[in-house]
Design a protein around this ligand. Sequence first.
Ligand code: ES4
Ligand code: ZN
Length: 327
Amino acid sequence: QELDCILRRMPKAELHIHIEGSLEPELIFRMAQKNGIKLVYPSVEALRAAYAFTDLQSFLDIYYAGAGVLQTEEDFFDMAWSYLERAKADNVIHSEIFFDPQTHTARGVAFATVINGLHRAIERGREELGLSASLILCFLRHLSEADAFATLEEALPFRDKFIGVGLDSGERGNPPEKFAAVFGRCQALGLRLVAHAGEEGPASYISDALDLLRAERIDHGVRCLEDPQLVARLASERIALTVCPLSNVKLAVFPELGSHNIGRLLAEGIVATINSDDPAYFGGYLNENFTATFAALPQLGARQAYQLARNSFEASFVAEETRKRWI
Ligand code: ES4
Ligand code: ZN
């Protein structure tokens, strides 16, 4: 009870949230109606009932379908604004937000429509909520590297509106090396680099994301424990993992929260953080991820709570002076 209070009230940063994964069923239905898009689900309840995933791909199919209702700059603004208000309620003071432009440009929505809507919400969040946020452009790894290069070209006129790039979507069969050249180009452009690795894919994808993509932070990374040398490296080089416990259970990476390895990651000295991933789909925003995980794992207490909050600031891409003030 007291621990719950600490978890909910402590200021924190969120470093792994897909903005399209914050789109609640109610908003999907409202936007579908407004934009004249026919959904295969007859009601909000029926849509929510379809959120029974067996693995990453079964989730992605529904997630991309949901994102299909977004059409106008206002739609992207409304989605991001809803998330920022919700994050504020969880005492998130800084958020680094993923977006998947290829999901939208492939449907004929302009890159400018996507990023201008998201960016306007972030500006308003700073003004009205006192919450700082930035955008990270994710390449879809099930598409080709040429597609990623084309997306990067479209994004460059908006270079000041995003701080870095990431790599998401189906991991198996789409290893880091597939995107080595485009990440090299992004690094040369001064973009910050992150990549999903070691969620469903093996520990070697984590090492490859570090060595071949020069990723500065690993999204998920929970399978690192399969490689003791990698664990030692992550700890000594202070390479952060953005772990998403509720996501991991919903996508059957772990059978239940009680068998999640976040306690072990922290005990190994890894800069692990807790994040919500796709909160509208996985049953909770950031504070629910914290409270449910702490309730399920007896080795987690107040020490780990403060460590996780501190880690979230250390691992963020905000300027060092700001980071020090927060820590
Ligand atoms: C994602 Cl949980 C997860 N993994 C990989 N790609 C994603 N995109 C949105 N959520
Ligand atoms: Zn993710």
